[in-house]
Design a protein around this ligand. Structure first.
Ligand code: B1M
Length: 211
């Protein structure tokens, strides 16, 4: 079994310690962090989702798999994030109210930090008021994440709250998460949608006219 396959298996088995050690081994073997992420950790979580749909996995298995993935990410984080001295812009990101999924949101935050943006992480289950406060605190971009078809509807409430606070014109709003698409972004009045973390970075740079 290759190290990438072993990392994939460790996530499926929910074995956080092995996932961390195998991720470290992969780096020592010269694998680049993007490959470990894109060819082992993310596909493993996709497989966990598929098993959940087939009722082979239940919530506890999903939870331990997520912990294993996070353990791998702690190894990759410093390698993916190279902080620039002066951040180009401030982005506030959070998973919307009612939603506890944070792996994708954390990846987006990491990639943004790696691209020289300052990231304020509002966490999970974030009420609209916290996004509003973050914009009052100087965020030029609000990034919302949702993984559930039920909670994605709460994104609209955040945009409404920004509008009611008179802040909508001064902030760019971007959204992402598995059940979303560009049409939904348009429908709720967001400025853009990104299907993955690296496209989220390009989207922010494009919206703010950054190099
Ligand atoms: Co849940 N879950 N989950 N879950 N979970 C899904 C989302 C689900 C699709 C599984 C399935 O049925 N196949 C399903 C949703 C169905 C639906 O809404 N139609 C589901 C369900 C039903 C649930 C519960 C309701 C289960 C229950 O209790 N009966 C429950 C809800 C809890 C809640 O939130 N209120 C629940 C709970 C959980 C756990 C807590 C056990 C755990 C989350 C742990 C954690 O996040 N810390 C969990 C997990 C792990 C998953 C799956 C398996 C994996 C999600 C993940 O981390 N993917 C997921 C199945 C799946 O997605 N295939 C599933 C890896 C991650 C890197 O991808 O988050 O998509 P993703 O992020 C990507 C892009 O989407 C994008 O970039 C990221 C990186 O490329 N992106 C953005 C994300 N946010 C972005 C923001 C941006 C831009 C891009 O700009 C701001």
């Amino acid at each position: 079994m290759t190290t990438l396959e072993a990392v994939f298996e460790a996530v499926l088995e929910g074995d956080a310690e092995s996932c961390r050690l195998l991720t470290e081994r992969g780096i020592q073997e010269g694998l680049n962090p993007e490959s470990i992420l894109g060819e082992a950790l993310i596909p493993a979580m996709r497989e966990v989702g598929a098993r959940f749909e087939r009722q082979e996995y239940y919530v506890p298995e999903m939870l331990v798999a997520a912990r294993a993935m996070q353990a791998g990410l702690t190894v990759l984080r410093p390698l993916l994030v190279e902080r620039n001295f002066k951040p180009m812009a401030k982005v506030a990101i959070g998973t919307v109210r009612g939603d506890l999924h944070d792996i994708g949101k954390n990846l987006v935050g990491m990639m943004m930090e790696g691209a020289g943006l300052e990231v304020v992480d509002l966490g999970i289950d974030t009420p609209p008021e916290r996004f509003v406060e973050a914009v009052r605190g100087g965020a030029q971009v609000v990034g919302m994440s949702a993984l559930l078809t039920t909670t994605m509807m709460n994104m609209r409430l955040v945009i409404q709250a920004l509008t009611e606070a008179g802040l909508r014109q001064q902030v760019k709003v971007i959204i992402g998460g598995a059940p979303l698409n560009g049409a939904f972004a348009e429908e709720i009045g967001a400025d853009g949608y990104a299907p993955d973390a690296s496209q989220a970075v390009s989207l922010v740079k494009g919206l703010l006219n950054l190099a």
